[in-house]
Design a binder for this molecule. Structure first.
Ligand SMILES: Cc1cc2nc3c(=O)[nH]c(=O)nc-3n(C[C@H](O)[C@H](O)[C@H](O)COP(=O)(O)OP(=O)(O)OC[C@H]3O[C@@H](n4cnc5c(N)ncnc54)[C@H](O)[C@@H]3O)c2cc1C
Length: 388
């Protein structure tokens, strides 16, 4: 089958790219190996897709080339996706910090994307297996178990490696390597940290407990809930830190909203036991465990000044060394990808292979938690669709 644009992967970026290219009058075929397109979009935001973030800038993204996302993000802004949804009657809510979630289900968003593909004449072929790709006489060929496809341009939008059960494969990275493009190191991100054996003994009894904390790794700091699981730590602040984590310890402020050192100084004549005192500021179950492990528990007046200082330092600056992460099975995204220095930031086209484009998570641009990854998929898919 011949067409102008072949899109490999009918997820968020592939569908947006197909719509944009088809609107320009290009004949488009999107090839999807899953039986249904967009399974990650359907799963996103717990079924309500956190589809963008109003407070969005290139600073919300991790890439070896930090300026790269700017052009595509300027070409397709949160206001553009908002307008796209509003004009078609899809409602949404701001759940805080500019995070926009659908009011209904992710299915509404998928129906909208699929409807736009159909109305603009972009075909989506699902349930097919790509056997190989090539470029001959300036045209791209894709061999599949449903026959051979042939196109002027090929857009690779196969996403990252996380959640294989939702269709993730490494095809995009393999295509990049086949055409001589560098792929930066890949790792699971927006993913829970795991405890080593020692921490597991210390904290596994706290499974299910959540507390408000601050996490710092290198120059990045996040605030939010930290959740103890039976394997390690999760929750929004932990997932954010995992985007940047490449080993070593993270510093956790267990009492980010209070100056516990100042409070100890103020209250050091009191007879209140440490565990009861701390329970006034954090979940009791955690306070008890913390005292057992670190500070002991006796009336405050019996602690020496250095002991109180050490306790305060431990509470504001607990160094937690993850043994690793839960990996691609539970990661929301893959950090790393096709090296952006190989691509035009305006068009997403490869510099050394004209007609070959990459869009979405397969590219080395990874967003923080909060709607940034779907937005990158829309923006980079749209950029590729304008030129493919
Ligand atoms: C559980 C979960 C929840 C998430 N929630 C959010 C959220 O609320 N907000 C947010 O911004 N981000 C969220 N993300 C991340 C976001 O879903 C992705 O970053 C985004 O979908 C990436 O878009 P993409 O088009 O690049 O890849 P995908 O949406 O993953 O699409 C890639 C497509 O390519 C197909 N494909 C893969 N390999 C092949 C192959 N060999 N042959 C043919 N087709 C192939 C896949 O089946 C898939 O349909 C979430 C991720 C997960 C896993």
């Amino acid at each position: 089958m011949k067409c102008d644009v072949l899109v490999i992967g009918a997820g968020a970026a592939g569908l947006m790219c197909s719509i944009e290219a088809a609107r320009r009058g290009r004949s488009v075929i999107a090839l999807e190996h899953g039986r249904k397109p967009g399974r990650k979009v359907l799963a996103s935001g717990g079924g309500r897709s956190n589809f963008t973030n109003l407070n969005l800038s290139a600073d919300n993204y991790l890439s070896e080339n930090p300026d790269f996302p700017k052009s595509a993000l300027a070409g397709f802004t949160p206001a553009d996706i908002v307008q796209f949804l509003e004009s078609r009657g899809v409602m949404f809510d701001d759940k805080g910090n500019g995070q926009l979630f659908l009011r209904g289900k992710s299915r509404d968003l998928m129906d909208l994307l699929l409807g736009e593909c159909k109305d603009n004449g972009a075909d989506i072929i699902t349930g097919m297996k790509v056997k190989g790709v090539g470029k001959n006489s300036g045209r791209f060929t894709v061999n599949t178990d449903k026959g051979q496809f042939d196109a002027d341009s090929m857009v690779v939008a196969t996403g990252g490696l996380s959640c294989p059960e939702l269709g993730a494969t490494n095809l995009g990275y393999r295509i990049a390597s086949q055409f001589g493009l560098r792929v930066t190191p890949l790792r699971p991100a927006l993913v829970p940290f795991t405890f080593g054996p020692e921490e597991l003994k210390r904290f596994s009894g706290l499974s299910g407990l959540s507390l408000k904390a601050g996490i710092t790794y290198g120059k990045k700091s996040f605030r939010g809930d930290v959740l103890f699981t039976h394997k390690g730590l999760s929750g929004p602040a932990v997932l954010q830190a995992s985007l940047y984590w490449t080993g070593g310890g993270v510093a956790i402020d267990l009492l980010p909203d209070i100056d516990i050192k100042g409070m100890f100084i103020h209250d050091r004549a009191r007879s209140t036991e440490m565990r009861n005192y701390l329970s006034g500021h954090m979940p009791r179950r955690f306070a008890l465990r913390w005292c057992e492990l670190f500070s002991g528990s006796k009336p405050l007046r019996l602690y020496s000044a250095p002991e109180l200082e050490r306790a305060a330092e431990g509470l504001h600056n607990w160094t937690f060394r993850p043994s690793g992460t839960e990996g691609y099975r539970t990661a929301e995204v893959t950090a790393g990808g096709v090296d952006t220095r190989e691509l035009s930031s305006r068009t997403m086209e490869c510099r050394k292979v004209p007609g070959l484009f990459f869009a979405g998570e397969v590219v080395d641009v990874t967003g923080q938690l909060g709607g940034y990854n779907l937005h990158w998929a829309w923006a980079s898919g749209c950029a590729a669709g304008k030129y493919a």
